[in-house]
Design a protein around this ligand. Structure first.
Ligand code: MG
Length: 397
């Protein structure tokens, strides 16, 4: 049997480096044929290319690409726009660990090439849902979510061998670092606190999103795009049948309820290498355990409903999903701008949801029929969101 060829886009980020860990743990199982990155961390790119003897390297930033090419003499280094997406055609399975809307290119290139996409970049699915679903229908294409919740749903749905018997998807949320804070306390939380996630180790953008519950809101939309009526593989779950429950221990990663009241859950200790390994090995499983549970030390599992009053981003995400078209693209873009401003010290934490909400009120109702529509919507939403940030914060960019 030949080893599956793997490409990793976003190799220097949190998902990328953990993907390398998964490959290291199963030496010889996979062949790493291409890696891609933005170019801000050239040392990490060079180290990965040398360690795994990767023949093709793609770098967004053309200047960084040239410098990396010099250090990696003999290897093919592609630079500039389209470089990252071009690695999709090299591989059987592509890990998309790019951060933010910039990941859309890699998502579409992989699916359009009829390859398997291990998708950690949720923004591309959220912003471009209908476009991604159309590409997903390409013969040979497969999409395995690399998100603990959706990876869990993907596993639970394997228990679904009859049509029309799924009644509910239940996404679990850790609740983030501010789960027990009062509304008054939330008015003054700082950057360091928002970046201290209680159970997961992740990049800064997604960690802030977890603190606002926007991450869970985006994941509701993600679940709807993956498993809702527009999905080419089913089961066609309605938006109203996707629920969120707060579960602080992050051991139950999500659940599927069937029409007879039976619920199938996926459990493991929080470790992103599990969903990454699952997506790489699918339809097989990894032979290396990540997040294995020690039942003698797992004291309890708690569940409580989310508080949309203190965490309005969750409600805003349902609103955007209900509107459909480019509204989720607006939500996601506005959130990226707001989180950027928060991390730069220009916006208070509680104003992140205000920026998203105010931006959404300007949504123009445009459909998401093509990649062009999605790119236009993203650009327009960012422009509006930047103005809203200035208005809300009183600080010019
Ligand atoms: Mg998640």
């Amino acid at each position: 049997m030949t080893s599956p060829r793997v490409a990793i886009a976003g190799v220097t980020g949190s998902i990328g480096t953990q993907s390398l860990d998964v490959l290291r743990a199963e030496t010889g199982r996979y062949e790493l044929v291409a890696i891609g990155a933005g170019g801000a961390n050239p040392d990490a790119v060079v180290a990965a290319a040398q360690e795994f003897d990767v023949p093709v390297v793609a770098i967004d930033d053309p200047v960084a690409a040239e410098a990396i090419a010099e250090r990696l003499g003999g290897r093919e280094v592609r630079g500039g726009p389209g470089a990252l997406a071009s690695i999709a055609a090299e591989a059987d399975v592509v890990v998309n660990g790019v951060v933010g809307f910039a990941g859309l290119d890699v998502t579409l290139a992989t699916l359009n090439a009829g390859r398997r996409l291990a998708l950690a970049n949720k923004e591309s699915l959220i912003a471009g849902g209908p476009v991604v679903q159309a590409a997903w229908a390409t013969p040979g294409a497969a999409l395995i979510p690399v998100d603990s919740e959706h990876g869990a749903l993907h596993q639970c749905l394997r228990a679904n061998d009859v049509p029309d018997r799924v009644s509910r998807l239940v996404l679990t949320a850790s609740g983030g670092p501010f789960r027990t804070r009062s509304a008054d306390e939330l008015a003054t939380v700082g950057i360091e606190e928002a970046l201290a996630h209680p159970t997961w180790s992740m990049g800064p953008k997604i960690t802030v999103d977890s603190s606002t519950l926007m991450n869970k809101g985006l994941e509701v939309i993600e679940a709807y795009e993956l498993f809702g009526p527009g999905s080419p593989v089913g089961p066609g779950v309605a938006l109203e049948a996707i629920e969120v429950v707060v579960h602080p221990q992050s051991v139950v990663h999500s659940m599927v309820e069937f029409t007879d009241g039976s619920t199938i859950a996926q459990l493991s200790m929080p470790d992103m290498r599990l969903p990454i390994g699952y997506a790489l090995a699918w339809p097989d499983r990894s032979g290396v355990a990540n997040g294995r549970i020690d039942w003698s030390s797992l004291a309890r599992l708690d569940f409580e409903p989310p508080d949309v009053g203190r965490f309005p981003c969750l409600g805003l995400a349902y609103d955007a999903a209900r509107i459909g078209g480019t509204a989720p693209a607006w939500l996601s873009a506005a959130n990226e701008i707001a989180v950027e401003a928060f991390l730069a010290g220009r916006l208070r934490w509680i104003d992140i949801s205000a920026v998203v909400s105010d931006t959404l009120t300007s949504h123009d109702g445009a459909p998401a029929g093509s990649v062009g529509d999605v790119i236009d919507a993203d650009a327009r939403a960012r422009e509006v969101a930047r103005r809203v940030v200035t208005a809300v914060s009183g600080v010019a960019p």
